[in-house]
Design a protein around this ligand. Structure first.
Ligand code: IMP
Length: 430
């Protein structure tokens, strides 16, 4: 038995694992649902993406206010005591970022220690990947191609490295004795490509030097060593012990590398379909899937956006919803809810229940709209008043809001969670 599983009492009964994924373009507020679900699970797993994701969790500070904690790579379960947190091999890991998140939590009195396990097979994201991300965007635009507006976190180049294989390093390589010679060959390839890209866009380029970077990577590796492990074996042992596992999706369904709005997507499998390969677990484990959808839509970066709004209404919703990127600070594009794409995604990836967020920013509008299947015009709903946090039960909610939720349910999946605000205690169950 893995010693990290020893503190957990064995459970009997049916297997009870859950997946939480966003159904739009990210920033649906998944962190809030993951945070709530973490209380009902023993293990919380990240299985995709990297530091392009950003979860902000708000915790009551005990004095009537709230403390905001943002994580980019750590599973949201780190904020719930006594959980085991796993960063599986499907995640691309920037060790400097991960270590800074571990340190930031320690400053809040949360010491992760043995409660954080990171796959030794996870792909490394290094400064050369971030440089490639930036140069690729510029070079493709210079060549007359499409700008994706990436987060610049090196995500695409790191996943590309995984596919190239010979130019990639995995986290386990950072603690291997041959790191410097391995890095030398890897950097030779990266430097060759980066120099050509930099020349293409007329930027200076200083090659990455293996003698300089090997000690830095080794230092990060040493700091991460206590967390590095075979997370596949760990998850299978956890399941055998009857523990409940929560899989936390990063980014969102419409950004999925295969199913999203290609090519304006991220580079990983962002839905429940990414869990088996990204965490190394059987498909049969994925039978409860919570899809999180915001009651309106936001998108960062380029790409199609059927229900996009502009002008005062968009500005107003952006401000009310705090729609500025957690990772990049960019103002998010804003639009109405698109139930054509949300419903298609929910069915495609097997969503079994929905959590609806973002109702508060819509409150007070005279009218709310959404796109529904089989209708060229947007469906229109009467608005609902401000002050949603006063409601404690679904049946008490204003009738127009109930009608809106019923439409969502009709076109997507059963609505089981209604987030009236962003705090833990502002979520209604249904
Ligand atoms: P990348 O993931 O940095 O390669 O960016 C590709 C596209 O996905 C860009 O349009 C990003 O803005 C978008 N994106 C990636 N991750 C997230 C996320 O977690 N929330 C919102 N947008 C994201």
């Amino acid at each position: 038995m893995d010693p990290r599983l020893e503190p957990f009492a064995a459970r009997t009964g049916n297997r009870s694992h859950t997946v939480v994924v966003g159904l739009q373009f990210g920033d649906e507020g998944k962190g809030q649902i993951v945070d709530l679900m973490a209380a009902r699970h023993d293990v919380v797993v990240r299985f995709n993406g990297g530091a392009n994701a950003g979860h902000t969790v708000r915790l009551p500070d005990g004095a009537g206010g709230e403390t905001r904690i943002a994580t980019h790579l750590l599973p949201s379960g780190v904020l719930t005591p006594d959980r085991l947190n796993v960063v599986a091999h499907g995640v691309v890991v920037d060790p400097e970022q991960l270590l800074s998140e571990i340190d930031a939590l320690a400053e809040h009195g949360i010491e992760l220690g043995a409660s954080l396990c990171v796959s030794e097979r996870a792909m490394l994201v290094a400064p050369w990947h971030k440089r490639a991300d930036a140069l690729l965007e510029k070079a493709i635009v210079a060549a007359g191609g499409l700008s994706l507006g990436t987060t610049g976190r090196g995500i695409g180049p790191a996943y590309a490295d995984r596919a190239y294989r010979v130019s990639a390093l995995r986290l386990g390589d950072l603690v291997a004795p041959d790191l410097e010679s391995h890095l030398r060959s890897v950097l030779d390839l990266h430097n060759t490509i980066l120099a050509a890209l930099a020349a293409r866009v007329g930027e200076p380029f200083e090659p990455f030097d293996a003698a300089e970077w090997a000690p830095r990577l080794a230092h990060w590796g040493e700091r991460l060593r206590p967390h590095l492990t075979d997370t596949v074996a760990l998850l299978h042992e956890a399941d055998a012990k009857g523990l409940r596992i929560l899989f936390e999706g990063a980014n969102a369904a419409l950004l999925d590398v295969d199913l999203g709005t290609w090519p304006f997507v991220t580079s990983s499998h962002t839905t429940a379909l990414g869990v088996p390969s990204g965490a190394g677990v059987p498909c049969a484990w994925v039978n409860r899937v919570i899809g999180v959808a915001k009651a309106y839509t936001s998108r960062v970066g380029e790409g199609p956006f059927e229900t996009e709004l502009s002008g005062e209404l968009a500005d107003n919703l952006r401000q009310r919803g705090g729609e500025f990127g957690t990772t990049t600070g960019r103002p998010r594009r804003i639009g109405w809810l698109d139930l054509v794409s949300v419903g298609t995604m929910a069915r495609t990836v097997g969503v079994t229940e929905l959590a609806i967020t973002g109702l508060g920013p819509l409150a007070g509008l005279p009218q709310v709209c959404c796109r529904v299947p089989g209708q060229a015009e947007l469906a229109e709903f009467a608005g609902w008043p401000d002050g949603l946090d006063a409601f404690a039960a679904y049946d008490e909610l204003p009738a127009p809001l109930q009608a809106y939720l019923a439409t969502i349910e009709q076109h997507a999946a059963p609505v089981r969670w209604i987030c009236l605000g962003r705090r833990r205690d502002q979520v209604l169950r249904r």
